[in-house]
Design a protein around this ligand. Structure first.
Ligand SMILES: Nc1nc(=O)c2c([nH]1)NC[C@@H]1CN(c3ccc(C(=O)N[C@@H](CCC(=O)O)C(=O)O)cc3)CN21
Ligand SMILES: O=c1ccn([C@H]2C[C@H](O)[C@@H](COP(=O)(O)O)O2)c(=O)[nH]1
Length: 283
């Protein structure tokens, strides 16, 4: 929690105003932040200085792992967070590749689970990684990437947290996740949860102990219409101790994640939080 609040303070104190053409808004911005979550100690990185909707965040990452490319599938899993990008952005609404209501196009898991090969066909990057890690193999390239510049024109948004690199040391699993662009009040609140859950659940289904997750952010920003709430409300609050996350131990395979897992399989214990803050969202 301290590293999140330190990043927010740093943006407020040292950030530089940058015009963003896509949203038409100005963002107070810093470059480079490195956050670490220690899953071996069960340090679940949940924001406590406002109510955090962690089930919604977990639904997003499970949807990516399932290869979803449709906001209705995300809603069925428990999050409405893709509705706006799928259905309210004029550039995407006018894109000839958009396949109707709720389509998000080729992004996130829709790419990573079905990555096009230049010589034809596709690769399921996640399945390859799970198969290797389950055999105790780390080939030093266990990278789940959602980043395909050749598909950007076929998606509602480029992936923000675009790369997840797994490593094995003995029986401990590590994760390095990289994010190119980060909406710190809204997105990061979710992304921290997602990095932790990704490490914890992949460790669980491949039979390893979760170690540390290293989360690299390149462009970290606060939108102009979020600044006052962050500076004058959220940053004035005292954080509570971190809660712990319990994942249903019956989840044992990638197939389980793909077929029956719901948000009821994730329980947070000991979550103390301050009142909700409704930050404006930029489509
Ligand atoms: N501008 C922007 N910021 C983001 O963080 C973001 C995007 N766009 N587009 C793609 C996804 C969608 N994400 C989102 C979208 C909405 C919320 C949001 O509204 N969160 C509220 C309520 C969540 C709920 O009730 O489920 C929050 O208070 O956290 C969070 C992340 C993260 N991403
Ligand atoms: O997981 C996510 C997804 C999105 N974001 C934020 C970061 C930016 O504010 C927008 C995306 O805009 P771009 O113009 O494509 O950079 O969404 C996030 O923080 N986390």
């Amino acid at each position: 929690m301290k590293q999140y609040l330190d990043l927010c303070e740093r943006i407020v104190n040292e950030g530089v105003w940058v015009n963003n053409e896509r949203t038409g808004k100005r963002c107070l911005t810093v470059i480079n932040a490195d956050l670490t979550y220690d899953a071996s100690k069960g340090e679940f990185p949940l924001v406590t200085t406002r109510k955090s909707y962690y089930k919604s965040a977990i639904a997003e990452i499970i949807g990516y792992l399932r290869g979803y490319g449709n906001a209705a599938d995300f809603r069925a899993l428990g999050t409405k967070t893709w509705d706006a990008n799928a259905n309210q952005n004029d550039v995407w609404l006018n894109n000839p590749y958009r396949k109707g209501e709720d389509d998000m196009g080729l992004c996130y898991g829709a790419i990573g689970r079905n990555f096009p090969k230049p010589d034809g066909g596709h690769v399921d990057l996640l399945k390859q990684i799970i198969d290797d890690l389950s055999r105790g193999v780390d080939n030093r390239g266990e990278i789940l990437t959602f980043y395909h510049p050749g598909a950007f024109h076929m998606a509602c948004l480029r992936p923000c947290m675009y790369s997840h690199h797994f490593s094995l040391l003995g029986d401990t699993l590590y994760l390095n996740s990289t994010q190119r662009s980060c909406d710190v009040p809204l997105g990061l609140n979710f992304n921290m949860v997602q990095v932790y859950v990704l490490l914890a659940i992949v460790a669980q289904i491949t039979g390893h102990r979760p170690g540390q997750a290293f989360h690299k952010i390149v462009n970290a920003h606060i939108y102009e219409d979020q600044l006052e709430l962050m500076r004058d409300v959220q940053l004035k609050r005292e954080p509570h101790p971190l809660p712990t996350l319990k994942i249903n131990p019956d989840i044992k395979t990638l197939k389980d994640i793909e077929t029956w897992v719901t948000m009821d399989d994730f329980e947070v214990e000991g979550y103390q939080f301050h009142d909700p803050i409704a930050y404006p969202f930029s489509v």
